[in-house]
Design a protein around this ligand. Sequence first.
Ligand SMILES: Cc1cc2nc3c(=O)[nH]c(=O)nc-3n(C[C@H](O)[C@H](O)[C@H](O)COP(=O)(O)O)c2cc1C
Length: 208
Amino acid sequence: MTKTICLALTGASGMPYGLRLLDCLLAAGSSVQLLYSQAAQVVARQEMAVDLPSRPSEAKAALLARLPAANPARLAVYGREEWFAPVASGSNPPDAMIICPCSMGTLAAIAQGLADNLIERAADVVLREGRKLVLVPRETPFSAIHLENMLKLSQMGAVILPAAPGFYHQPQTIDDLVDFVVARILNLLNIPQDMLPRWGEHHRIGED
Ligand SMILES: Cc1cc2nc3c(=O)[nH]c(=O)nc-3n(C[C@H](O)[C@H](O)[C@H](O)COP(=O)(O)O)c2cc1C
């Protein structure tokens, strides 16, 4: 069955994780509802020289131009105040929502239930409807405020999956590090991936 995944890009460092995740979700045949903040537009330009136009239809075209194999019908892009988007209502929640990368600002707003833009509202809906919410924060060091907000959200059922790649798979490239984090997200969604073997599933790392 097709999974409907809401993917939100916010203004934390780590845009390569978010855009690689988008590629993988579409390649896996998921339907993706994409949301992005103003700060995400800045970070996408800074980190990847990717232009994410403010108009959602133009952002969709720009994203699909990077992914020629993707089915355009599987990607819907919504603006920050598009309150009639499906994700704004508990009557039509996605199967899961991933915020990747997740800024400390958006994380704090969700922890407080602000629902002041579509990303915060969609997360609010997913939490109260008991759907999976995965937050991929990136900040260092964490302050007590960050840690308290993450604990609060974890206790509400959200998964906090920090953008903290491991090194035991002997990464050779930045793409390998990005794929580590993206593979862990896909595992949480039960979407098959072959970027990272599950622990103990095959030969020991380093052996042929
Ligand atoms: C290049 C760049 C990198 C940033 N990196 C981070 C980061 O790693 N973590 C974070 O919480 N905020 C980071 N910020 C700051 C956020 O973008 C800022 O707090 C913004 O208000 C978040 O808004 P949003 O949650 O609506 O995306 C960064 C900003 C820029 C421009």
